[in-house]
Design a protein. Structure first.
Length: 371
């Protein structure tokens, strides 16, 4: 405010009454502009006050006897007042120099079966070695593309590996389900196909988003992970990822069914999204038919939950559609893209990117990933 007074007094064409009026208008401007209002609301409001300020100062200057020789300079005075007002707002309003949360439309998402961040010859060890080449590829991709949500299958991680080793810098909140007997029990009908090592799912949510991510707890014996997100309008949505080994049988189907049904039939969640490698290669997603009984069971599950599969092209080097994206609100999916296998991260699976239509708040000063 002292700066405002000093600059305003220098307007030699203003009388004392006009200065008071001008400062009064400027006080109103500062009160409103210092509030955390959306730009689309704040900008018209400021323009309105600018015009009212100039009009009041000009008319009052004439009313109180502005010298005749200076009346012709009122347009120039009005221009100076507008310029001065803009300058003072920028200088005196910290919310413009250091903006708070902003409204953004769309949650950007990426998914890939990365086929392990662990070197294969150490996979059976309690503290295996990280595959630094693949991990560097992944981190470089995250740094460049800066996705809001990251879904990963077949991480091969173990409890000895910290989240900060996968995504440094506390940029993301990470949820994991590493493979263990609880998430990947032996199939009683096919015990010879059991693999203790490998597998694992991960879901990461960017910390700069106002989504309040919360793990949806589940005791189901399957590699499936779900997280609750709360949008600024208080609407809650669920995002899930699952990895299914292709040799697993009906028991695995039932466990995944129980997990998904509990979440997606709840009125708590208005939108539900599921992405993962289900290894359902016999399903024709164009006509929703399958030649395998287990695969047909999954088709029935997705139909019962009102889920629509969004990917109809191959997602694996073999030419099969193994990775799928399902939702009960397909109109909210946009910018779906399927990259070539190995284009970003060395894997036989394609990287899948898409966006969820939603109005979210993001801290402008925390948008860039720090790795």
């Amino acid at each position: 405010m002292p700066l405002m007074v000093l600059v305003s007094v220098k307007c030699k064409y203003l009388r004392q009454e006009s200065i008071v009026i001008y400062l009064r208008r400027m006080s109103v401007i500062n009160v409103f502009s210092s509030c955390f209002l959306p730009a689309k609301v704040l900008a018209p409001l400021l323009l309105l006050i600018f015009g009212y300020t100039v009009f009041s100062v000009s008319t009052n200057s004439i009313r109180h006897g502005l010298a005749r020789k200076n009346r012709m300079q009122l347009p120039r005075l009005s221009y100076k007042l507008v310029s001065l007002t803009l300058f003072l707002i920028i200088v005196s309003n910290t919310s413009l120099l250091n903006p708070g949360p902003s409204d953004l439309n769309g949650i950007s998402c990426v998914f890939q079966n990365v086929q392990g961040f662990i070197t294969p010859n150490t996979l059976s060890k309690p503290s295996p070695d990280l595959n630094l080449t693949k991990l560097s590829e992944f981190q470089a991709f995250v740094f460049e593309k800066n996705p809001d949500l990251i879904f990963l299958n077949e991480t091969w991680l173990k409890p000895s590996i910290n989240n900060n080793e996968i995504l440094p810098g506390n940029t993301y909140k990470i949820f994991r389900k590493d493979r263990c007997l609880d998430t990947h029990p032996q199939d009683p009908n096919n015990p010879g196909k059991y693999k203790l090592n490998g597998g694992g799912v991960l879901l990461a949510v960017k910390n700069s988003l106002s989504l309040s991510p919360r793990l949806i707890k589940s005791q189901r014996k399957a590699e499936v992970l779900s997280v609750e997100l709360t949008l600024p309008n208080k609407k809650k949505i669920s995002v899930s990822t699952a990895y299914r080994v292709g040799t697993l049988g009906l028991f695995n189907v039932q466990e995944i069914r129980s997990h998904l049904s509990t979440i997606m039939r709840s009125p708590k969640y208005k939108q539900n999204y599921l992405v993962g490698d289900f290894n359902l290669q016999t399903i024709n997603w164009v006509n929703n038919q399958a030649t395998d009984n287990i695969h047909r069971s999954f088709l029935n599950l997705f139909h019962d939950l009102g889920l629509s599969q969004q990917i109809e092209v191959p997602t694996h080097r073999s030419g099969n559609t193994l990775d799928i994206l399902l939702t009960d609100t397909p109109q909210t999916i946009e910018n779906l893209k399927i990259s070539s296998p190995g284009e970003w991260i060395c894997s036989d699976h394609c990287l899948i990117s898409f966006a969820i239509k939603a109005k979210i708040k993001r801290c402008k000063n925390s948008q860039k990933v720090n790795l």
